[in-house]
Design a protein around this ligand. Sequence first.
Ligand code: PEP
Ligand code: MG
Length: 592
Amino acid sequence: MYEEIAGLPEAFKHRFDGLGVSAGIAIGPAHVVERGLIDLPEYGLAEHEIAGEVARFEEAVAASAKQVRKLRGKASGLPGAAAEELSYLLDAHLQMLKSSRLVRGVIERIRRQHINAEAAVQAELGEIGQAFAAVSDRYLASRIDDVREVGTRIVRNLSKVPYQAFSSLPQGAIIIAEEITPADTALMDPTKVGGFASALGGAEGHTAIMARSLGLPAVLGVPSLVTVARPGDLIIVDGTRGQVVINPSPETIGRYERRREALLRRQRQLDRLRGVAAITRDGHRIGLQCNLELPTELGLTNAAGAEGIGLLRSEFMYMNRDQPPDEDEQYQALRTIVEGMAGRPVTVRTLDVGSDKLAYSLGEHLSPSVNPALGLRAIRLSLKVRPLLEAQIGAMLRANAHGPVRILLPMITTVGEVRAVRELIPRVARRLARNRIAIGKELPPVGVMIETPGAALAADALAQVSDFFSLGTNDLTMYTLAIDRGDEQVAHLYDSLHPAVLRLIQFATVAAQRAGIPVNLCGEMAGNPRFTALLLGLGLRDLSMAAPSLPRVKQRILELDLAEAGRRAEQIMQQSDSGVIAALIEDFNALG
Ligand code: PEP
Ligand code: MG
């Protein structure tokens, strides 16, 4: 949505509302990610390769149409003329992605000239450009920009490379893009980038999670932003309120600067809690650990005073590269992190790609899925492509020689999956021993993520084959409510306070306690102080979260009475309406 701010000159009028997914305020120059043509590969094809190349091009066209349709859906939600204008433009793009001169011309070129699809798109764009330049109608001539934009989109989908390393940006730049993937986020250096905003993306997707972990203010789900913002415009991203302001007035800048200063002051106060133990008013100690998506976050983890890493998402090692890392490279990366934690445990999760977490380095193993969230992902992929899993396990066993490592398995639904990995671990250990490669004295404990309703309901059985549980409430909420966590269109329906989700959390927690195994919660709920009383009231004693959230959660624990929180949780568990549940939580939180 965009709001006109009365009384300001035209250029200062743009304020957009979106999903504030990572708190904080950033003010800086816009870096608008142009999906510009990158270095295009050009090569010839043999006769037998032609059909495959045409199919590859058609797949890229289909992917492009899907992206434009998604944007089109968002555009219709804009008020008044903006909706009409943007929808009209995107309809034209969709039309071009059907049987247009561009699409037909490219296919013909591949067949006739035996060249790759990227080169064919480039050549076809050149020829269409010349034809347009020759017409005297200025309006028609200007449409070439649209054709180029569509061509560029197709090429991006053909080349499937990460868009750019955000390394040469001006200090404090605000990245504006149609979509920012988790892999793009992994390329952002939080000491250089100020924050980001995009048209697509939901609050619980991995891009949002990474923004929170890196402490980068971010607003997602802001349609038409890319169309309005120009490179170098001054941008305010308010990730706390979910607002983006383009070219603000000096008064507006002053207002946001004062708010930013207040937020930073509060942060500095909370930082003083670093060395304070997280003990409730009635004397219960709570374990607080951090989630880590990138090695660069290690400093933040230590600064937050984390007792360990409750979830190391190993996907970072597979992003932004063509080939997956081998065991040795993974060992080196893990070793750095394990040593950095100086004796505190590091829980390394095996690869959890699939769905919104794509890794091009695994392209050959990840074919398009009818429903990626339910497809070949996470542990299912690892068990199918054994060399990948063996390399990961090998790296973890070796890193375990430098400090305590725990192995965590994502998306487990059956006891058989856990058993399969448990059988593999001693085999990999023997292979390493035969090759005289050092591993830890004891094999690491093996835990499972409880993040599907099936796993939660079978938690008693899974507890028999697991050394610990980690509750992944991000996916648990998504699969229980059938709401895609990364889709901004249904973001308002994504609700971890739904009674079904809370019952599954409670059921799995009790199952772990009965079996006498540790259980922690590492979903995004853990980092939201609003939920702390409820989670402790449900029986959890260990939480793992993004480093910037830890001081806020600790502060909440210090002011809590666990016995009272338990009573409130009992009351909450008798409710059937998440609105009433939210009210009972707010009311309890307001009491201190
Ligand atoms: C979860 O699903 O809650 C979780 C912690 O894992 P991820 O967010 O990486 O899917
Ligand atoms: Mg998950």
